[in-house]
Every structure is written in structure tokens, then in C-alpha cells.
Design a protein around this ligand. Structure first.
Ligand code: CTP
Ligand code: MG
Length: 408
């Protein structure tokens, strides 16, 4: 049986953009599953006829059409047969820039004008079938974060309609988190949240974050004023520093409490650290955020103001902070907290280059606290019940000594 393979999707898009493509996907036209097996391909997956190449192990999918028959994930009827054409297969795809194919000779097949949209920097859906898979809203938002592309007006309208129809509510937490986490790791993660907010999806999947827009802050500390704007500036600053996912997630969620400040206190946000913990826990639970992200975000939410005030803190207050943060046992995570706090300080209009000596200062005090030989102190204690206190006292003294040395 004669069949033809085309490179499709992200690999074609990224090659045209001159970007490295992480993986390559292929579509096969004119083949049956039997023909694929006979050619040495290995079958994978149950739902769709997808195979792995015997040598490269890249994914080869039989050309197929899809039709949605019910809400949610299970309502797909998929039709794969040797008579499904390349154009039909490309038509079921999400965006024009993802609906191009490349022949073995390197020719581009582009029935939906993806190359025009690549040049114009536009994210545009291929057909109304876009609406059949709400994950596509999240994918589109993360492509905005990666490529800095704008959303075509008709696609924006379609996404708003999908959200109004409750499509986003049917998404399972794992898929939402997977896409959000990928988008957070892109170069301009703020663009993802701008797109999600604009179509109404953010209010459905993360109302705690969405609620930050329209909430004012003091203009002297926060010239950008709006809490939502500040949050995205902090996030992009963390991304610009190439920080890992937990730091970016902590940047995104550190001020959730500001959305709950009583109106008569605005634009001040006394106690927003404590107020943020409940919505943050609710968000992490709904998204099933991994423990590393959840823990750092909670720590950041609770402690960021204290870290900003590092130079005013007494030695015993610093030691208590270290203990709450478990910093002596987990110095790497404490360093992530400091990175998130630096992003918070610099993620303000006009503060991008301002110094943040708090980070080096607390890092130096932690090193001092860590230098205490707890084992030696334990051996000197005749009563085991006194050990913890004696170690704490020694650590506090070490922190105080380092503070004096640094002139604070
Ligand atoms: N919900 C989805 C997922 C995938 N696709 C199609 O399948 C291709 C490959 O999917 P995937 O590898 O998940 O996405 P990429 O576009 O390659 O993006 P990335 O660079 O993030 O892998 C996409 O280009 C798109 O044509 C789609 O139409 N709808
Ligand atoms: Mg891909």
C-alpha cells in the first residue's frame, strides 16, 4: 500500500519562524492501520490511530476527521480512513499557524493561510470546530505568551462565546494546570493571562487572580496602581530572570489577598498577606498545583512584606522567619522566596532597575545561622530538653553578629 507522510503542526510552524521545534509530528495520508504495522510502525494510544516510527520513534497519526457529539472530553467521533485527505486533516486543527504541512521535498502546504498569519503575528482559528476543544483557549493563550502574537478579532469573539457557553468549566484540572504551567514558562507569561482575562476564561479557571484587576494600590509605592497590572509585571520580571516554575507561580499569586481588602481601607492593603492564604489554597486545590509550587506560593504570600522589610527586623524576628520558611533545612527554596520577592519589588512601574539589597542581606544572615554547629551544642547540653533552645539561641546570636558586621 502506498501512503504519504507529511510533517505537520508545531514543527512546521516553528521551522518557518526559525525556532527550534521540540518535537515533530507527522500525518499519514492513504494508509490503514494494517499497512502501518506492515511497514514496521508501532501502535500507540487507544482513541486515535497513532503510531511510532520504527527508527525515529516520532509520532505518526493517520489523517482523520473529528466530530464532536457531546460535551466534555469523551464526545468525539473520529474517522480515520485512507480516503481522508491532508486538507481535511488540517481543517480539524486549532489555529491556522498550526494547520500547515510540509512535504518530503520541503514544500509547504497551507490551505488556511497560516503563513500569512505567521507574518502578521496573528492567532486565528481554522474553523468553528475550534470550539469543540476548550483546551484550545489555553493553548492559544500560551502561544500568545510564547510568540507575542495578537488574537484575531473573530477568534476572540469565538472564545468569548465558548466561555459564555460554559465550555471552560468542563476542563479537567490536570489539563488546565499543564497548559498554565507551560505558559508560565514562556518568555512573556503575562500575555497568556491577558488573553485569558480578555475572553472571560480567567474568571472561570482562576477567579482569585481575575479579581485583582480594578483593585487600586497606593500610587507612591505602586505607580502602576492596578493590582492585576502589578501582578503581571512581577510575573514577567520573574520570567525575564529565567526563574523556575515555582518562582513564577509565586509571583503570580503573592497578592491574591489584595482582592479581598475591605473597600474602606483602600488603597492600602493591611493584612493582605494573611487574607491571601485562603484564596491561594483554594486556587492550588482547584488546579491541583504540584506541592513545590503550592508551598513556595504560600510562603511568598505570607512572608513577602516581611522580606521587603528585612533591614528593619530584629535578629529573633529573622530567625523566626527562617524557621517558618524551614530555611535552614531548605536554603534553595528560601533563595527562591528571595527571587520572588525581588521580582515583586522590581515588578512595579519605574522600579525595574531598583536595587533589592534585602535578598543578599537575608542570604548572608541565613548563612550565619547555618554556620552554627548544632551537634556540638547538643553534646554540651546535659538535659536533652534544652538542646533546641540552646541551638536557637546560638543561631540568633550568629544572626545578630552578622547583622552587626553588616552594619545593621
Ligand atoms: N487541542 C489541540 C492539540 C493539538 N492540535 C494540533 O496538533 C498539533 C500538534 O500538537 P502539539 O504538539 O500538542 O502542539 P504544538 O502546536 O506542536 O505546540 P508545542 O510547540 O507546544 O508542542 C498542533 O500543531 C495542532 O495542529 C489541535 O489542533 N488541537
Ligand atoms: Mg508539538
Amino acid at each position: 500500500m502506498n501512503f504519504t507522510c507529511y510533517m505537520v503542526g508545531g514543527a512546521v510552524r516553528d521551522r518557518l519562524l526559525g525556532r527550534p521545534a521540540p518535537d515533530r509530528d507527522w500525518v499519514v495520508v492513504g494508509a490503514t492501520p494494517e499497512a502501518m504495522l506492515a511497514a514496521g510502525f508501532k501502535p500507540v494510544g487507544r482513541d486515535f490511530p497513532v503510531f511510532l516510527h520504527p527508527r525515529t520513534h516520532e509520532e505518526y497519526a493517520l489523517a482523520r476527521t473529528e466530530r464532536k457529539t457531546a460535551k466534555g472530553y469523551h464526545g468525539f467521533v473520529c474517522h480515520a480512513a485512507p480516503d481522508v485527505t491532508l486538507e481535511e486533516d488540517l481543517a480539524r486543527r486549532d489555529l491556522t499557524i498550526n494547520a500547515m504541512a510540509q512535504t518530503a521535498d520541503g514544500d509547504i502546504i497551507d490551505p488556511y493561510h497560516g503563513q500569512d498569519d505567521l507574518r502578521a503575528g496573528l492567532l486565528r482559528h481554522v474553523s468553528p470546530a475550534f470550539a469543540e476543544d476548550p483546551v484550545r483557549i489555553l493553548r492559544l493563550a500560551r502561544f500568545a505568551a510564547r510568540y507575542g502574537f495578537a488574537v484575531a478579532a473573530e477568534t476572540r469573539a469565538l472564545m468569548q462565546q465558548m466561555v459564555a457557553d460554559g465550555e471552560v468549566d468542563a476542563l479537567v484540572a490536570e489539563r488546565v494546570w499543564q497548559e498554565l504551567a507551560k505558559g508560565l514558562m514562556e518568555t512573556t507569561p503575562s500575555a497568556m493571562f491577558t488573553v485569558l482575562r480578555d475572553c472571560g476564561a480567567l474568571a472561570r479557571i482562576a477567579p482569585e487572580i481575575n479579581a485583582l484587576w480594578g483593585v487600586p494600590q497606593r500610587a507612591d509605592y505602586h505607580p502602576e496602581i492596578d493590582c492585576g497590572v502589578h501582578t503581571l509585571m512581577v510575573l514577567d520580571y520573574a520570567a525575564q530572570e529565567n526563574q523556575p516554575l515555582p518562582v513564577r507561580f509565586a509571583a503570580l499569586t503573592h497578592d491574591l489577598g489584595k482582592a479581598l481588602t475591605p473597600a474602606d481601607v483602600l488603597p492600602r492593603h493591611l493584612m493582605h498577606e494573611q487574607r491571601g492564604l485562603a484564596p491561594l489554597k483554594a486556587l492550588c486545590e482547584r488546579l491541583r498545583a504540584p506541592v513545590e509550587c503550592r508551598e513556595l506560593a504560600l510562603l511568598m504570600c505570607a512572608e513577602h512584606t516581611l522580606v521587603h522589610r528585612a533591614h528593619e527586623l530584629r535578629a529573633d524576628t529573622v530567625l523566626k522567619l527562617f524557621k517558618r520558611a524551614d530555611a535552614l533545612r531548605r536554603p534553595a527554596r528560601f533563595a527562591q522566596l528571595l527571587a520572588a520577592c525581588r521580582a515583586d519589588a522590581r515588578g512595579r512601574l519605574g522600579f525595574a532597575d531598583s536595587p533589592y539589597p534585602q535578598a543578599d542581606y537575608l542570604a548572608a544572615l541565613l548563612t550565619a545561622a547555618q554556620s552554627v554547629d548544632a551537634g556540638a551544642i547538643a553534646r554540651q547540653c546535659s538535659n536533652p530538653a534544652d538542646i533546641a533552645k540552646a541551638v536557637d539561641a546560638a543561631r540568633e546570636a550568629a544572626v545578630a553578629g552578622e547583622k552587626a558586621r553588616l552594619g545593621k
